[in-house]
Structure formats: C-alpha cells, structure tokens
Write a new protein. Structure first.
Length: 88
C-alpha cells in the first residue's frame, strides 16, 4: 500500500501534507492522484484468500528500497542476508 501511494503521488507528498494541514476538502486531496485513482482496480482472482495483515519492520522496508535504488543506479543486483539466514 505504501509503495502504491508513493507511486500515485510521484513527489507531491509536500503538497499533500500542506493540504491536510489546511484541512482541505477531499476533492482537493483526490485531485493529486487523479490519474492513478481514475483507473478501475483489476478484478480479484476467484481463488483469492484474505490474509491477516502483518506489519513489516521499517528497517527491512528501508533496506529493500535502498537495494532497489542501488540496482537502478548501478545496474548491479545485490543480495543481503539477515542474521537468521546466515545462522542456518
């Protein structure tokens, strides 16, 4: 959800924050992501199974984003291992 929101805003997060601070009407807020929000969401597959939400560690998400950024900049893919992976 976080990445989808970032993609929809595309750098307009400061504008969104100021609109929220000003208590702008919902119409102004949704105008920021008009192009993305206008698309109809795809149908869920018939075999869809709802899962319980489990929050991820912020450090893990930050590391994944850093790795994606490094791959985009250098073209080299890297693999990071957690302490648990190494101890196996």
């Amino acid at each position: 959800v976080q990445r989808a929101c970032q993609a929809a805003l595309k750098g307009k997060d400061e504008t969104l924050a100021s609109l929220i601070a000003e208590k702008a009407p919902l119409k102004q807020l949704t105008a920021l992501c008009k192009k993305t929000c206008a698309k109809t969401p795809p149908k869920l597959p018939s075999a869809w199974k709802d899962e319980i939400f489990e929050a991820r560690d912020a450090k893990e998400v930050e590391t994944e984003d850093m790795m994606a950024k490094m791959k985009a900049e250098t073209g080299m893919g890297m693999k990071m291992y957690s302490r648990e992976d190494i101890e196996k």
